[in-house]
Design a protein around this ligand. Structure first.
Ligand SMILES: [Ca+2]
Ligand SMILES: [Ca+2]
Ligand SMILES: [Ca+2]
Length: 351
């Protein structure tokens, strides 16, 4: 009996506890559910608490521009979908900020995948008052997606640099200490924005020369030097000048230099002789040579006496150790590696 009583007592307790629990849950649920009641939206009446996403696909952030260009924007949404487009009234949003003009342009645009075209140029949305010497500007494009439930992605922004001026390129100077067979050409470049490449043009053709300029990238108006190794292909007179391009695509050329192209001339032997041309093993034969080089190159000499011995002197003397008839030969070489050759009369050595 005691056990039954206990059971009945416990059952009553359980019922009381369950009733209380349901009551508490009911109060809690009513409080939790209140803010989650479907937002009443005109035309939809659908529940959606997930914000959409918006991103700028191209061009890349912090790129340079000098003309009209498109910005590709992509939006996506999970839930009731993106807002319908009503020009000037609803859709997604874009905003263009011109930091030069200190102005903001913007409007509704179609949600989803869309292109926003930005005009860059004087008196355009993103040109500011970019006059010479200060023609570099900044412009920011921002985007925001909105879904039908009114959720937004928040603003997403990319910064763009505007540059309307071409690089200023100096004249070509020829380094007097040029190496044989080619020129070392020098110049200078400066740009309001950022120079990204330079090249050497011969007449109107870009040369395959090795061109370098210091401080890559050359930017913010700094004067940077250009160097080029230039090996002309022929001995004609050519016009050479440097060209450079900035990050926005503006191209500038320097003043051309009209120059007689350097072509190495081979050395020329004017005289090579030996005296006497006959003798014996006691005879000292005196060799003599005269050579010249139009480029004033330093010349090297190599006499082969015909008996297997050689001399690097310009005018050596030599004694043969065996009788016979020898054919001495002289080779003269300039610093570019070009040569000239000459043979003297035979040398006859008697017993
Ligand atoms: Ca959504
Ligand atoms: Ca520029
Ligand atoms: Ca020479």
């Amino acid at each position: 009996m005691a056990r039954n009583f206990s059971f009945l007592k416990n059952r009553k307790l359980l019922i009381v506890l369950a009733a209380g629990l349901i009551g508490v849950l009911g109060v809690l649920l009513s409080q939790v559910q209140k803010p989650q009641e479907p937002i009443s939206l005109p035309g939809t009446g659908e529940d959606d608490s997930i914000p959409p996403a918006s991103s700028i696909v191209s061009p890349e952030d912090r790129t340079w521009h000098n003309a009209r260009f498109s910005v590709a924007i992509r939006d996506s949404d999970i839930g009731v979908g993106l807002a319908s487009f009503v020009p000037g009234k609803q859709g997604c949003l874009y905003r263009i900020e011109d930091f030069g003009l200190d102005k903001v342009f913007g409007n509704f645009r179609k949600c989803g995948t869309s292109d926003v075209s930005i005009s860059v140029g004087k008196d355009q949305a993103c040109s500011a008052s970019y006059v010479k010497d200060s023609s570099q500007g900044r412009c920011r494009i921002s985007t925001q997606a909105i879904d039908k439930a009114g959720n937004t992605s928040g603003w997403k922004s990319y910064l763009f640099f505007i540059d309307l001026e071409s690089p200023v390129v100096g004249s070509v100077f020829v380094d007097p200490d040029f190496s044989r067979g080619g020129y070392i050409l020098q110049g200078e470049v400066a740009d309001n924005g950022k120079v990204v490449s330079c090249w050497l043009a011969q007449d109107s053709k870009v040369m395959g020369s090795t061109v370098s300029f210091d401080s890559l990238p050359c930017q913010e108006g700094r004067m940077c030097s250009i160097n080029a190794q230039y090996v002309p292909e022929d001995a004609n007179i050519h016009t050479v000048r440097f060209g450079c391009k900035d990050a926005a695509g503006n191209v500038g050329y320097g003043e051309p230099l009209s120059s007689l192209v350097f072509i190495n001339q081979a050395p020329e032997i004017e005289l090579c002789k030996v005296a006497p041309s006959q003798g014996n093993v006691l005879t000292v034969f005196q060799f003599e040579s005269v050579a010249q080089d139009l480029n004033q190159d330093t010349l090297s000499y190599r006499w082969e006496f015909g008996d297997g011995t050689v001399s690097q002197d310009q005018s050596p003397s030599h004694r043969y150790t065996a009788s016979g008839t020898y054919t001495p030969k002289l080779t003269v070489q300039d610093s570019a590696g070009e040569t000239d050759e000459c043979s003297t009369a035979w040398v006859v050595v008697q017993e």
